[in-house]
Design a protein. Structure first.
Length: 295
C-alpha cells in the first residue's frame, strides 16, 4: 500500500507492506499511513520558514537584546536545533543552516555581495540552547532548517510506522529516503540533467540515505531554497556532482550532504565519528549503463 502527499516542498511517498497473519486482516493500514503523514505535517508546521507562527519564524523575527527573554519552542524543534548546532561544531561550520537559503528564498541572491559584511555574523552559532526546550538569540539569525527538518520528518514518520508493528516500509521524501524491512530494496539516486535520470546505488534492507546535487539546468533553479549553499561564501554551490550520505537517521544524512558539498571530502573525520558514510559522484563520469529508469 502506497500513498503520496505534497509536503515540505516535495512529494512524499509512504509505502508499507504487512503480514496479515501477524497483524490481522482488520488492521486499519490507511490509519497507519495517515498517522505517519501527520508526523511530517507537524514537523512542517513547526519548522517551516513559510509559516509565520512556526518556531523557526519566531526565532528569525527575534531581535537580540540583553533583555530579550528566552523563547520556549517545541521539543521537536529543539531536538533538530540541538543536532544542527552539534553538526555545525563538528564540521567546523561547513554545515550551517543560516542565512543563505533564506536569502535565496527571498530572491535576494543578486544582492548577496552587498550584504556579505552584514551577514558574516549570521549563524546557528548565535543561538544558545537552554533548559526546558528554550533558546536565546544572542545575535540576529535567519534560520532555514530545510533539509535537516525534512530528514527529521522522514525519521518520525518511519518511527510512527514502527510503533504500529509495521516491519516493512519505505518513506521517500525526494532527496531523503528511509527503508525498513528484511527484503532488500533497490535504491536509486536521482539527478537532474537534460532530463531526470536515476543511478542504481544498491540494494538495502534498512537504510537512511540522503542525496543532494550541485547541478542546475537553468539559473532559475538557484532561486529554490533547497539548493546547496556555501555558508562561508554565502553563495550557491554550482557544479556537476552528486553528494550522498548514509547514516543512522535521515536527519543526520541530509545535514551531512550539505557539509560534504562544502568540504568535498568523503573521508572527513566527522563522517566516521557519526557512523556515516559519504560518497561524491561526478555526473560527467556517469555512463548510460549506470542509469536505470524509475518505475
Amino acid at each position: 500500500m502506497m500513498r503520496c502527499k505534497p509536503l515540505m516542498g516535495t512529494f512524499i511517498e509512504i509505502q508499507i507492506e504487512f503480514d496479515s497473519t501477524k497483524m490481522g486482516k482488520s488492521c486499519d493500514h490507511e490509519h497507519f499511513i495517515a498517522a505517519a503523514f501527520r508526523e511530517i505535517e507537524r514537523v512542517e508546521y513547526l519548522m517551516s520558514i513559510f509559516e509565520n507562527r512556526s518556531d523557526i519564524s519566531i526565532i528569525n523575527q527575534t531581535v537580540s537584546s540583553s533583555n530579550q527573554p528566552s523563547l520556549e519552542i517545541h521539543p521537536w524543534t529543539y531536538e533538530v536545533l540541538k543536532t544542527a548546532k552539534l553538526l555545525h561544531k563538528m564540521t567546523k561550520g561547513a554545515f550551517d543552516c543560516g542565512v543563505g537559503h533564506v536569502l535565496n528564498t527571498w530572491g535576494l541572491r543578486s544582492q548577496m555581495k552587498e550584504f556579505n559584511h552584514m551577514l558574516s555574523n549570521y549563524s546557528i552559532a548565535n543561538i544558545e540552547l537552554q533548559k526546558n526546550h528554550s533558546v536565546r538569540v544572542h545575535h540576529p539569525v535567519l534560520l532555514d532548517l530545510g533539509g535537516i527538518a525534512k530528514g527529521y520528518a522522514v525519521d518520525r514518520a518511519m518511527n510512527k510506522l514502527k510503533s504500529y508493528g509495521i516491519e516493512k516500509a519505505v518513506v521517500n521524501a525526494g532527496g531523503d529516503l528511509r527503508v525498513m524491512g528484511s527484503v532488500p530494496k533497490k535504491v536509486l539516486l536521482r539527478y537532474l540533467g537534460e532530463k531526470t535520470e536515476f543511478i542504481e546505488f544498491g540494494k538495502f534492507t534498512d537504510i537512511a540515505i540522503a542525496t543532494s546535487s550541485s547541478l542546475i539546468r537553468d539559473h532559475s533553479e538557484i532561486m529554490q531554497s533547497q539548493h546547496l549553499m556555501n555558508p562561508f561564501q554565502k553563495e550557491p554551490i554550482i557544479g556537476k556532482e552528486l553528494f550522498t550520505v548514509t547514516a543512522g537517521s535521515c536527519m543526520l544524512a541530509d545535514a551531512l550532504t550539505k557539509a560534504l558539498a562544502v568540504d568535498k571530502n568523503p573521508k572527513a573525520k566527522y563522517f566516521s565519528a557519526l557512523g556515516a558514510t559519504a560518497y561524491v559522484n561526478q555526473i560527467d563520469d556517469l555512463t548510460q549503463s549506470d542509469l536505470v529508469n524509475f518505475s
